[in-house]
Design a protein around this ligand. Structure first.
Ligand code: FAD
Length: 420
């Protein structure tokens, strides 16, 4: 059976790899020149199960409003006439209730934990190197930030995640490169959480998949899908048609058109984010532990001999243009904590779109069309959920029993309005 996977981000490539390992003939078709050229390229690289959770959470709407009024804001909102934007926001607000947050968080964590297991298995079986590092430190600038983190500590305790609340002195012992001048009230250390370069990982998986017989077709945007009754038969691309027995849509933030062709309506919305990647020039001033500045929601991740500084959520602009104000916030955070560490003036800017659903978990599995499957909507933690999502999807296509419960991770939750 021949399966066509559309999209060669981390989601599509891992899916193709898993499908091949179940014996399918697999073709990946991608509009870019190679794999991981869009959201999977310049992300923060955090592979955290504890951090995998929805943006929609209690207190978030007022926090966002406060952010919008502050100078260096982690949130940029451009009100537009796009009805999809307002529908998405209305649903997002509904998902901020405590009960909804708990449910969505549990669903995402179930998937992220499974993903970590699959990733570790792949890593040890294939010796994949992707600039991985261990340890994660959330920094709180004020006592109020520490207080806001307390409900999450409870959840971490319940899920058995190793963590330790540190005072400012302990943070500096753990990460001596943190400068003294910036106010620091404390931090949350998650020693088992991991980081890594998502694009490198995706390329390694592509190499393994290609060596195993997966065909990759680049520079080939899928422009339309053809059906015979309720079955997909072929995809039209800029480089000709491709027939297949099944189709997997893994097209990230830009999935709307293909989803509609497959009869699927999802409130998927692109939430732009930015990063800067700077070469480390003074090793003694560079962090070994990756950190997240909670006040600005900016991550500084060590990737080999570079620092990746990433963050910002921008709603209301579908074009991937770089906004200087967003880069300014990233630079401020990097210079506040690690001023002499890297050549920030020459840092590589990047912008990408998170494929966001208002509730948080992605949508995996079957659609109303008999042989069309989805692996979309991984939002701000798609790298952390990729390997598990791919294996689940491959199991579904193969008719095998998935290894974790799919509750809340499929299209069913959007099939009937109001359903959990
Ligand atoms: C600033 C930022 C920081 C982030 N940090 C983290 C983090 O620390 N940890 C984490 O887990 N996640 C993070 N994310 C989220 C993560 O990057 C995404 O969830 C993930 O990359 C989504 O992968 P994807 O394969 O679905 O999408 P993409 O990587 O965007 O891949 C989709 C692919 O589909 C292709 N495509 C689309 N339409 C077509 C078509 N019609 N025909 C052919 N090809 C098509 C695109 O060209 C693209 O290559 C971050 C995102 C951003 C923006």
């Amino acid at each position: 059976m021949h399966v066509l996977v559309v999209g060669a981000g981390v989601i599509g490539v891992t899916t193709a790899f898993e499908l091949r390992s179940r014996g399918f003939e697999v073709t990946v078709v991608e509009r870019q020149r190679g794999v991981a050229r869009e959201a999977s390229y310049g992300n923060a690289g955090v592979l955290s199960t504890a951090y995998a959770g929805p943006w929609a959470q209690p207190g978030m709407p007022s926090k966002v409003l406060r952010y919008l009024l502050s100078g260096a804001s982690p949130v940029i909102f451009r009100p537009s006439f796009d009805p999809a934007q307002w529908r998405w926001l209305a649903r997002w607000l509904g998902e901020c209730r405590l009960a909804r947050f708990r449910l969505n968080k549990q669903r995402m964590q179930r998937l992220a934990e499974y993903s970590r297991t699959v990733l570790h298995e792949l890593r040890s079986r294939h010796s994949i190197d992707y600039e991985q590092a261990q340890g994660w430190l959330q920094l709180f600038r004020t006592d109020a930030d520490v207080e806001r983190a307390r409900p999450s500590l409870e959840l971490l305790g319940q899920s058995g995640t190793a963590h330790r609340l540190l005072d400012a002195g302990q943070c500096r012992v753990l990460e001596p490169a943190l400068v003294d001048g910036t106010p620091l009230a404390g931090g949350l250390h998650l020693p088992d959480e991991e980081t890594g370069n998502c694009a490198y990982f995706t390329r390694r998986i592509m190499d393994l998949a290609a060596a195993d017989g997966v065909a990759f077709r680049f520079d080939a945007a899928v422009t339309d899908l053809a059906f015979d009754g309720n079955r997909f038969v072929q995809a039209r691309t800029a480089a000709g048609t491709i027939a297949a027995d099944a189709l997997v849509i893994a097209t990230g933030a830009d999935s709307g058109r293909l989803l509609r062709r497959a009869g699927v309506r999802l409130p998927l919305y692109p939430v732009k984010g930015y990063s800067l990647t700077a070469r480390i020039t003074r090793l003694e001033f560079a962090p070994l532990v990756s950190v997240m500045d909670e006040a600005f929601k900016v991550a500084v991740t060590r990737m080999g001999n570079r620092l990746r500084i990433a963050g910002t959520a921008e709603l209301g602009n579908r074009r991937l243009t770089v906004r200087d104000a967003a880069l300014g916030t990233l630079l401020k955070v990097a210079r506040d904590w690690f001023p002499g560490a890297a050549d920030y003036g020459q840092a590589q800017p990047w912008v990408g779109a998170r494929p966001m659903l208002p509730d948080g978990p992605p949508v995996l599995g079957v659609t109303p069309v008999a042989n069309v499957y989805l692996n979309v909507g991984h939002g701000s933690t798609g790298w952390a959920m990729a390997c598990g999502s791919a294996r689940l999807l491959a199991d579904i296509v193969a008719g095998r029993e998935p290894q974790i419960d799919l509750e809340g991770l499929t299209l069913e939750r959007y099939a009937r309005r109001g359903k959990a």
